[in-house]
Write a protein that binds this ligand. Sequence first.
Ligand code: NAI
Ligand code: MG
Length: 357
Amino acid sequence: RTLRIGLIPGDGIGREVIPAGRRILEALPSSLGVKFSFVDLEAGFDTFKQTGVALPDRTVETLKKECDGALFGAVSSPTTATKGYSSPIVALRKKLDLYANVRPVKSVAPSPAYPEPIDLVTVRENTEDLYVKEERTYDTPDGPVAEAIKRISTRASTRIATMAGEIAARRARVRQSLGDSSKQALVTVTHKSNVLPQTDGLFRSSSFAALAQQRFKDAGVKVEEQIIDSMLYKLVLQPAYYDVIVAPNLYGDLLSDTAAALVKSLGLVPSANVGDGFAIGEPCHGSAPDIAGKGISNPIATLRSVALMLDFLNEEEAAARNYKAVDGNLAEGKLLTPDMGGKAKTNEVVEDVIRRL
Ligand code: NAI
Ligand code: MG
């Protein structure tokens, strides 16, 4: 089959790493049975400066009508409040109902701090919680008071937990196919229902109900829970224990950045924005204006985001091939970009990964 992929480089090093992502897709062996076609799409701060909109309608319409998935680079945010500007990736998540933000974090080599390999995924609900942004401020005799709504729904909690279960099952399948028995499938549900029995309590109960499905039991997925504060504590102390961690929006935001810090370089961590039947792969880093245009940006986060997108488009074999090639490059450690302590250019890393495909 042929998958049509929208390419949205955005700003800064987005223009270097997204072409790298395209090259990897083009280089996947045809024996895998999947081919790709591409459409170039605009979004970002440069687009805003040229046209007055950060996310042109054509980009949204083309993604909706023509594409199976997309790759998004990074966008620069204006440093001062800029009238009419709002983040295109936030808007895209809304318009395409990409309700999950998925971030796998994998260590390159055991480090002194973490002798056991880290290989976990955070699954963050992306549509509600405090991010509904319903705030108000009112006056009192003691001065202004501000409040924000934290909204948790059964529907959103159920679908995010279901996705976490599916990811855990898929990871177990992939480990099994590689003869890797190091880890059992585990979903950790994180919340603070001891303090917020209604909102977080609903997230907790909906998640447990969703994860109790027979298909997850059949896949050997174990389910545990962890209060968010002790979750972060344990994540830092024993990250190797975890497999898939699912969280409501705000806790997921903190959790995913903490998890990314465990493997240090931002240039390594991928993400995907996922809805039903659509996925956008996106490196976690920003537009890196300090190194943009020098040809030295680390493409690994994007190459892993490509693999992650392929996972969600049900091209598991192509994804596995891609992950393995990237891991091979990192394990050998000869062709690394400067952020990893090496001297290689973006293109040399891409060519090395392509050789390993
Ligand atoms: P950043 O992630 O762009 O850069 C932080 C540091 O990491 C810089 O020193 C940069 O050179 C380095 N770095 C990041 N990615 C790298 C890569 N692939 N290879 C090698 N080194 C890499 O974050 P920063 O500097 O806070 O933000 C810069 C711009 O990016 C801002 O306008 C910010 O708003 C935007 N941004 C956009 C994001 C997105 O589109 N999702 C996420 C974070 C920031
Ligand atoms: Mg964040």
